[in-house]
Design a protein around this ligand. Structure first.
Ligand code: NAP
Length: 483
């Protein structure tokens, strides 16, 4: 099969790209999706309590506002419904090939195009490849001695086992990140006992969530300008937090709030101490929840801070030698972020593999293009992640950039666009200088934002409007057009 653009993934990134290609009159594309339905992370994560921690009026496409969000922070099924609705509205379903797992792609210098390989052995020829798989799709399950011998049920939060009834169970939860703090409260309501294994406590702020009334929804539907203004007000509020991330000292005010939140939710001084972080707020993702601390204070929930060292047939053993008897283990241990792109066999100019180009660490130009890999575009690529606002905003910026790259190729009558390595280097030098002073590096924690060398390869260190400004147009001087 031959096409102009292959898009990989049908989550927010892949769909956003597909929609904007259609809108710009470029109909020659196909979306490859490994699963049998669309939605990306919002299809995979179905754990109880799963919801977005960014307000839905901002966590949605600006070109497809939804006046009907029923809550400030929509739940998973509503967000998935939004994405499904987009696929129908923009007639994308027949563009998506489901059940196709991409294993790699190689650039051909002669044709200035890509051959995309799939797990079934098929290949596709495409001029451009847009990788829209993001970094949070491959669940990470730690290698714990004896796990294979466990006689009970084991699953990861991103592959929730809905057939496994938790009523009356003794459940171990490993991990206390963004996912776990959402599913621990509903699990604690069902299970007989929950033992929560915490390696590092997260900072948690109150969640200002509430239903959006039918009157408000009517106003948003009837007066789109009101909805746009509301979205802008959320955007501005979140953007203000950037200052704190770049100047860690400013985080102390929010830490006071977070400590008060712990005191409100938990009465026991020992438990309060156990869940109070010892690093600067913002170093890891700031979480929001109103029901997590009260859940930890329940009689049937215990928090264990000793390291997990082993699993036996009947339980989890910690470093102090105690065996905690459980019949279910749920991993809320996050995703293989560092491997997001590097497990794929992507080969660029001169037969250079992306893994080799990135031996010193993942780097791209504006998080989107990589020197030596013409016509390859990474959505949610290196250093485009956010810890303060909506990723959908970043995705829209990147999509606009990709479209402008395609325009630049057309304008110059070329077949491919590459990035000048010196511009990519200069871009990353400036970016990492900025990151070095930020809370992610200075805050005294270890997070998945940092690679094995302690370098932040995931986050955009600044205002998102700055990223938007830089991605508005593809700078011809930063690129080489190949005839
Ligand atoms: P995560 O934030 O990476 O949290 C993983 C948790 O597992 C951490 O508490 C970590 O402890 C712990 N852990 C990892 N390996 C462990 C081990 N070997 N032994 C003990 N504990 C271990 O993962 P996540 O909660 O799935 O969230 C991932 C990302 O998804 C988030 O940061 C966020 O970007 C996104 N997310 C977003 C939402 C949303 O509402 N928008 C919701 C869920 C997730 P350490 O802290 O010590 O490493």
């Amino acid at each position: 099969m031959r096409t102009s653009v292959v898009i990989i993934g049908s989550g927010f990134a892949g769909l956003g790209m597909a929609i904007q290609l259609t809108e710009s009159g470029r109909d020659d594309f196909v979306v490859l999706e490994k699963a049998d339905s669309l939605g990306g992370t919002w299809r995979d994560n179905t754990y109880p309590g799963c919801a977005c921690d960014v307000q839905s009026h901002l966590y949605s496409f600006s070109f497809a506002p939804n006046p009907d969000w029923t809550r400030m922070f929509a739940r998973q099924d509503e967000i998935r419904g939004y994405l499904d609705g987009l696929a129908d509205r923009y007639r994308l379903r027949n563009r998506i090939r489901f059940g196709v797992t991409v294993t790699g792609a190689e650039y051909d210098e002669a044709t200035r195009g890509w051959t995309v390989h799939t797990a079934s052995g098929d290949t596709l020829e495409a001029r451009h490849v847009v990788w829209g798989t993001g970094a949070l799709h491959e669940p990470s399950v730690p290698e714990i001695d004896g796990l294979e011998r466990f006689a009970g049920t084991v699953f990861h939060s991103a592959h929730w086992d809905h057939r496994h009834d938790l009523h009356g169970r003794r459940v171990a939860v490993i991990g206390t990140g963004a996912s776990a703090i959402q599913f621990v409260p509903p699990v604690a309501e069902q299970a007989a006992a929950v033992t929560l294994f915490q390696r590092t406590p997260p900072w948690i702020l109150p969640k200002f969530d509430r239903p959006i009334s039918s009157v408000e929804r009517w106003v948003f539907r009837t007066f789109p300008a009101v909805q746009r203004a509301y979205r802008a007000s959320i955007y501005a509020r979140l953007e203000g937090r950037v200052l704190g991330f770049l100047n860690p000292k400013l985080m102390s005010g929010l830490e006071v709030l977070a400590r008060a939140h712990i005191r409100r939710g938990i009465a026991d001084p020992a438990l309060r101490a156990a869940v109070t972080p010892d690093y600067t707020l913002g170093c890891k993702r700031i979480l929001i929840s109103n029901d997590y601390y009260p859940a930890l204070a329940r009689d049937n929930v215990s928090v264990v801070t000793d390291d997990v060292v082993r699993v036996t047939e009947r339980g989890v053993v910690t470093a102090d030698g105690v065996e905690h008897p459980v019949d279910t283990i749920i991993f809320g241990t996050g995703f293989k972020v560092a491997d997001a792109f590097t497990t794929l066999a992507i080969t660029g100019r001169g037969g250079v593999k992306l893994t080799d180009a990135w031996r010193g660490g993942q780097e791209a130009y504006l998080g989107t293009t990589v020197a030596g890999f013409p016509n390859l575009f990474l959505l949610v690529g290196p250093n485009t992640g956010l810890s303060h606002s909506s990723m959908v905003y970043m995705i829209e910026s990147q999509v606009a950039y990709v479209l402008d790259c395609l325009r630049l190729i057309d304008r110059d009558g070329g077949r491919a666009i590459d990035t000048r390595p010196e511009r990519q280097d200069a871009f990353n030098e400036e970016l990492h200088e900025k990151l070095a002073g930020g809370v992610w590096q200075q805050g005294g924690c270890r997070s998945w934002y940092l690679d094995e060398n302690g370098v932040n390869r995931t986050l955009w260190p600044g205002f998102t409007f700055d990223f938007r400004r830089q991605t508005r147009h593809a700078d011809p001087t930063a690129h080489e057009i190949l005839a």
